[in-house]
Design a protein around this ligand. Structure first.
Ligand code: DAH
Length: 342
């Protein structure tokens, strides 16, 4: 009797997981379980082996099993023919329901635009860690301890180890690339950077930069200018004017900042460009010989240029975003507005 009960349970669970997608499979079910040589018949035959005092109970059990099987068969039959009806009334050539697709983040879109322009000039892409040691973020970049220019970037220090910082710029990745000792280098290094600044519509404690580095024999300031001219024309169009202003960065000499004519007012002066007609987009210069030496590169043989540009500002100008905080608030209504085509 016990054996009979467990046999029946086994068949029940086997049947329950039977999948019939069409009438042919429903028929297979019928033959297997309800046919003249089927399982239900066979198990009914077990009745003769049941002890006389248990026959009544066994009879009930077997009847119940037969009903269970018949019901399941009916259900499968209906489901399969239902599908057929639905399929017959459906135009299968119609396109399906679109699967909901997300969109790329505006910062990613802008980063990809920048990267693809420089890739056409042969720049490869590299990334580095966001938690940096003092040497890569400052020391090797010609900013020794107590150098006053460290104050230009309000730094987050890591409590457990004061030698670690959240990188304040992507220039740290330059050092990592140069240290590898493989020359020439033509690299673009996008990434997130951190500074201890009050969060407002115009500044944030983290933002994004793209760093560029080109090291080879005989690289000159003229190469730097031509590379950046090409970038600006591709990015902002042929009519945009460019100007270089002398500047200071400890890791480049000479150093410059590059402005483009304001794309909002076309150069006539507006709030975005603070009525100057120009918008600053990047810092650049010839890599300082000390930096090359720090990375084991001979400054008498090699020279190079570097530049660093922010991603948020061009993204704000392109997408007409007036508050930096929107980029990191993950408001779906904001994010949905950006598509790969924009
Ligand atoms: N690291 C600088 C900053 O965050 C930007 C920069 C300026 C990068 C000049 C460079 C460079 O590579 O040559 O403000």
């Amino acid at each position: 009797m016990e054996q009979l009960v467990s046999q029946i349970e086994g068949y029940k669970s086997e049947m329950s997981s039977f999948i019939a997608n069409d009438e042919k499979q429903v028929e297979e079910f019928r033959i297997k379980y309800l046919g003249t040589k089927g399982i239900v018949k066979a198990i009914m035959g077990e009745m003769k082996n049941v002890a006389a005092d248990q026959k009544k109970q066994a009879g009930q059990l077997l009847n119940e099993f037969r009903l269970f099987t018949e019901n399941l068969y009916e259900t499968l039959k209906q489901a399969a023919s239902g599908t057929e009806v639905a399929a017959a009334g459906t135009d299968l050539s119609l396109p399906g329901d679109p699967a909901p697709l997300g969109s790329r983040h505006p910062i990613t879109l802008m980063r990809n635009r920048i990267v693809s322009i420089f890739q056409r000039l042969g720049f490869a892409v590299a990334e580095g860690p966001e938690i940096e040691d003092d040497w890569h973020n400052f020391g090797a970049l010609n900013l020794p301890a107590h150098h006053p220019a460290r104050d230009m970037q309000d730094t987050f220090y890591i409590q457990q180890n004061p030698d670690w910082v959240l990188r304040t710029h992507t220039s740290s990745v330059q050092i990592r690339e140069m240290e590898k000792g493989k020359l020439p280098i033509r690299m673009l290094m996008p990434g997130r950077v951190y500074r201890n600044e009050t969060v407002s519509a115009r500044s944030h404690c983290f933002f994004h930069q793209v760093e560029g580095l080109y090291i080879d024999e005989n690289v000159s300031f003229a190469d730097l200018k031509q590379t950046l001219y090409f970038f600006v024309k591709e990015m902002y169009g042929k009519d945009v004017k460019v100007r270089f202003r002398p500047s200071y960065f400890p890791f480049t000499e000479p150093s410059a900042e590059m402005d483009v004519t304001c794309m909002i007012c076309g150069g006539s002066g507006c709030n975005i460009c603070k009525k100057t007609g120009w918008v600053e987009i990047l810092g650049c210069g010839m890599v300082h010989p000390n930096v090359l030496t720090n990375c084991g590169i001979d400054p008498n043989k090699y020279s190079g240029f570097a530049f660093g540009l922010g991603i948020e500002r061009p993204a704000m100008l392109k997408y007409d975003v007036n508050d930096l905080r929107l980029f990191s608030e993950n408001d779906i209504r904001f994010l949905r507005q950006f598509t790969a085509a924009t």
